[in-house]
Design a protein around this ligand. Structure first.
Ligand SMILES: Cc1ncc(COP(=O)(O)O)c(C=O)c1O
Length: 497
């Protein structure tokens, strides 16, 4: 090891037998920085002199310096004045809690008393703690260091091309979506895609087929342009196409969540998918396919997208990274039929011009280097464990009070209440027991057809879920009238029209 007189200034532990030189030098320098032996702003020896001191090839030292720069530990130009970075990534890596920028989804509307209300069953709220924040920090630092000015120029209205290519390749394999990068437009989330499509395809009083119950964010986007929502019942096969045609044979748009209906969680049967496409072809309207959580399927193989069956350019397919990666990222994508690409881009030019490049470039790296798939696999296991914790606790404590349905996918499950316990009362009583639950009635247009609750299970750890179920059970039990009627729950999701 180093024997020069500078050894005292730059002490590195001896290299363990079998450890490659590059890995040893990287680990030692990183440790010296993290331990504070090399302070922020401290100047490092030149690569040449360090190579001589440590008896390693200069190319090895250059490669290690570049890696440490990419990771955010070193700053300055390699070889000429390299210094320890002032802001070390470990400040983020070791934080007990995620930084507020990637904090949890802001509730809408906020709970009246967040200090008291437990958000253990928060709907559609993944756990940002599952996200590999340290890795993301490194990718951001590397991008900023290595990309130079190209990141700061005007962006592409369709989105950053390498990200669009990565998304197109991913959707073709994982979701059987037929697309190339030219049809993929990066948006700030599904909500922006809904807004743009509403403006492009609808207008005052334009009829839209809308799942009932359904996603309020989509309803809001359609109402904002004055469109007329045509509520369509959802049963065990999903969106009821026959009922839709009976109610309005010539809609201007259909909005569906075929992979995993929001909020009921059912899958649109293949027969109905084909019937929906056939009617859209005959009448010439578009279908908005919101594939909001297609990635999180637990027990069965993920279904291919409806868009994969579309031969005539009817389906607009949208997905989001805001749940898969983290909420504050605000990036998603839409795969447009050819006739909508130019109008969509022209509208975007009037609204937000193009998405921010740095986040897209980092996300493209996250994809290209396999981190996205690894993160999905890991977080799917985490949510599966939480789902099973909720199912087990419900089996133990909620029998006769809430009939929970095992969800094959996603972040939420539906529980049917006894007819004698209206969901709104259940919500209020649960709040008194420090549990926040969401009545299904909040997703219905008009009078709710079913009496149930939607419980999220992704945001809390199994222990908190079990404790939440126990509190919920006490709350519901306190509302249960004595006698058999109160114990009857709605057990199937057959339509009641
Ligand atoms: C069914 C559904 N679609 C779309 C969205 C919106 O996604 P984004 O955050 O990407 O705008 C949500 C958000 O909760 C959702 O639940």
């Amino acid at each position: 090891m180093a024997k020069s007189d500078r050894h005292q200034e730059f002490p590195l532990a001896p290299r363990p037998a079998g450890t490659p030189l590059h890995r040893w030098l990287h680990a030692e320098l990183r440790r010296a920085i993290v331990d504070g032996r090399l302070k922020p702003g401290a100047r490092l020896p030149s690569t040449r002199s360090l190579a001589t001191q440590q008896v390693v090839a200069r190319a090895t030292v250059v490669a290690v310096f570049e890696q440490l720069q990419a990771e955010g530990y070193l700053a300055g130009r390699t070889g000429s004045g390299t210094v320890v970075a002032h802001e070390l990534p470990d400040r983020f890596l070791t934080a007990a809690k995620p930084a507020p920028a990637i904090g949890r989804v802001v509730p809408m509307p906020p709970p009246e008393d967040p200090g008291i209300r437990s958000r253990v069953f928060s709907v559609c709220e993944p756990d940002s703690g599952t996200f590999p924040l340290a890795l993301w920090t490194q990718l951001v630092a590397r991008r900023l260091r290595l990309s130079g000015a190209t990141l700061f120029d005007r962006g592409d209205a369709r989105g950053y091309r390498p990200l669009r290519e990565a998304v197109a390749a991913y959707l073709r394999t994982a979701r059987s979506v037929q697309c190339d990068a030219e049809q993929v437009v990066i948006v700030n989330g599904t909500q922006q895609a809904l807004d743009f499509i509403a403006r492009l395809t609808l207008g005052p009083d334009a009829p839209v087929w809308f799942e009932n119950p359904g996603y309020p964010g989509a309803a809001g986007a359609f109402r904002a342009v004055g469109a007329k929502l045509v509520p369509v019942p959802v049963d065990a096969q999903g969106f009821d196409v026959v009922a839709a045609i009976r109610r309005e044979p010539a809609p201007r748009l259909a909005y569906v969540t075929p992979g995993h209906q929001f909020p009921l969680g059912v899958t649109l049967s293949l027969q109905r998918q084909l019937a929906l496409l056939e009617h859209a072809n005959r009448r010439g309207f578009h279908i908005f396919e919101d594939d909001y959580d297609g990635e999180y399927r637990y027990d069965v193989r993920p279904l291919g997208a409806l868009q994969g069956h579309d031969r005539r350019g009817r389906v607009i397919y949208a997905g989001s990274f805001n749940k898969l990666v983290f909420a504050a990222l605000r990036l998603g994508y839409v795969v447009l039929p050819p006739d909508l690409v130019e109008p969509f881009l022209a509208l975007r030019d009037c609204v937000d011009r193009y998405p921010p490049t740095l986040e897209q470039a980092v996300l493209a790296d996250f994809f290209r280097e396999g981190h996205f798939e690894r993160h999905l696999r890991r977080s799917r296991n985490v949510y599966l464990e939480r789902r099973d914790a909720l199912l087990a606790a419900a089996a133990q404590h909620l029998s006769g009070l809430l009939d929970v349905q095992e969800p094959p996918a996603g972040f939420n499950l539906v529980g049917w209440l006894p007819e004698a316990i209206p969901a709104i009362r259940a919500q209020a009583r649960a709040a008194e027991h420090n549990v926040q639950v969401t009545p299904l009635s909040s997703y219905y247009i008009g009078k709710p057809v079913r009496n149930g609750l939607l419980l999220g299970y992704a945001s809390a750890k199994p222990r908190a879920i079990t404790a939440g179920v126990e509190r919920l059970a006490r709350a519901l039990a306190s509302l249960r009238p004595s006698g058999r009627d109160g114990r009857r729950t709605q057990t199937s999701i057959s339509p009641r029209r």
